[in-house]
Design a protein around this ligand. Structure first.
Ligand code: GLP
Length: 241
């Protein structure tokens, strides 16, 4: 793992955006794996600035998001679909047909997951995947468990995740209890991975990921087996390393 530590969120965002910029300049039809959560928002702002400055062109880029809540229509203001349009897609020249986000209200959720895997494969796989990390070490919505899930699947969210994400809803009861998520196998098949973590709340998970054993109880620990991972941290998230 290549670990970079920066002073603040803006520097982190610039470093992460530089990796995305290099990827899309090198391969204009890149397949990008995208994440939600508070952490990547500043990186998306940097990408928007680079687009507005004429440096980046997203017209041929394809995107696949990591996950989506089960039961939220895409028009719901806390759906990851809404998040992506608000924080990135509405501000760049990406074509709607190149955007892929799991449908959390599909009639057949298993079929939705299988189709998603197929779509990623048909696109040639993910060139560059951005990841955040949960306080409990989850990546996408792959929660701590007894085994690593291979492909896109339905998950039941841990209470710690519901508590962490309730800040976006009126209360914890409104947070969906299930989600659809790329599997660990899906993520590990990406050619390059960038994981970003900020703040003290991530320090333990980052320390366990870097220094601990590879275990499905800390899903992010599997990333040590990937050959091209860049971890970008602020000093607080790196404080236990
Ligand atoms: C959610 C998402 C994850 C994300 C995590 C951390 O659970 N499913 O992909 O990494 O939140 O979010 P934040 O960046 O807000 O701390």
């Amino acid at each position: 793992m290549n670990i970079l530590v920066y002073k603040n969120s803006e520097q982190i965002a610039k470093a992460a955006a530089a990796i995305f910029a290099a990827q899309t300049l090198e391969k204009p039809d890149s397949v990008l794996g995208l994440a939600t959560g508070s952490t990547p928002i500043n990186t998306y702002l940097q990408l928007i600035d680079l687009y507005k400055a004429g440096v980046l062109d997203f017209s041929k880029v394809k995107t696949f998001n990591l996950d989506e809540y089960v039961g939220l229509d895409k028009s719901h203001n806390q759906s990851y679909y809404s998040f992506m349009y608000e924080n990135l897609f509405n501000h760049i020249n990406i074509s709607e047909e190149n955007v892929h986000i799991l449908n959390g209200i599909a009639d057949d959720l298993d079929e939705e997951c299988e189709n998603y895997e197929q779509l990623i494969e048909n696109a040639g796989g993910i060139d560059l995947q951005i990841l955040g990390v949960g306080n409990n070490g989850h990546i996408a919505f792959n929660e701590p468990s007894d085994s690593f899930a291979q492909s896109t699947h339905i998950v039941t969210l841990k209470d710690s995740t519901i508590q962490a994400n309730k800040r976006f809803f009126n209360n914890a009861d409104e947070v969906p209890k299930q989600a659809l998520t790329m599997g660990i196998g899906t993520i590990m098949k990406s050619s390059k991975i960038v994981l970003i973590a900020e703040s003290q709340s991530k320090a333990q998970a980052i320390s366990d990921m870097v220094n601990g054993n590879i275990t499905p109880q800390l899903p992010a620990s599997i990333l040590k087996l990937h050959s091209n991972v860049t971890v970008i941290l602020d000093e607080a998230a790196a404080s236990l390393l």
